[in-house]
Design a protein around this ligand. Structure first.
Ligand SMILES: Nc1ncnc2c1ncn2[C@@H]1O[C@H](COP(=O)(O)OP(=O)(O)OP(=O)(O)O)[C@@H](O)[C@H]1O
Ligand SMILES: [Mg+2]
Length: 152
């Protein structure tokens, strides 16, 4: 599956995230790629809401990992400052991907080799105007089924 979705404001991105969050499940691994200010954290804020978490994801922050409590806990990694995955980062990422949490990873490059093949990949690119963003979602046929009607 490769599906393209355009948003025209940060609110629309949060709404998209909320709809996505409602479709994630324990063990979901989602990677988020895109330049600084692309909207990765904005989408994750929506995902947290959609997954029923109380705490809102924020950016910027110096923490590599946040855990948001909810019916299914959401684990949010931001590996921007990680050049190469050291043992701690690798261990932490693998531990979080044990099937209990929803795992969201901004700047997944350093842990690319650890990621499961059945992850959902999201790449965000700028659109035609300043507040437009284009989201490319890539995943297997299970994701295709799960995300059917995401924008309706
Ligand atoms: N359509 C849009 N979707 C998301 N954010 C938007 C949109 N239009 C404008 N923005 C603005 O772009 C910024 C996105 O910031 P955000 O922290 O989500 O980016 P990020 O990809 O997480 O960046 P970083 O890599 O620095 O963490 C915000 O200031 C937001 O208001
Ligand atoms: Mg961010």
């Amino acid at each position: 599956m490769r599906s393209m979705i355009t948003t025209n404001s940060v609110e629309e991105t949060e709404t998209l995230g909320e709809r996505l969050g409602a479709r994630l499940f324990p063990g979901s691994v989602v990677t988020l790629e895109g330049d600084l200010g692309a909207g990765k954290t904005a989408l994750i804020r929506g995902v947290c809401r959609g997954a029923g978490c109380r705490v809102r994801a924020s950016s910027p922050t110096y923490a590599l990992m946040h855990l948001y409590e909810g019916p299914v806990p959401v684990c949010h990694f931001d590996l921007y400052r990680v050049a190469r995955a050291d043992e701690w980062v690798a261990m932490e990422v693998e531990e979080q991907m044990d099937g209990h949490n929803i795992v969201l990873i901004e700047w997944p490059g350093p842990v690319a080799e650890l990621l499961p093949a059945d992850r959902l990949g999201i790449t965000i690119a700028p659109g035609a105007h300043g507040e437009q963003r284009v989201f490319a979602l890539t995943g297997d046929s299970d994701w295709q089924r799960r995300l059917e009607g995401l924008t309706e």
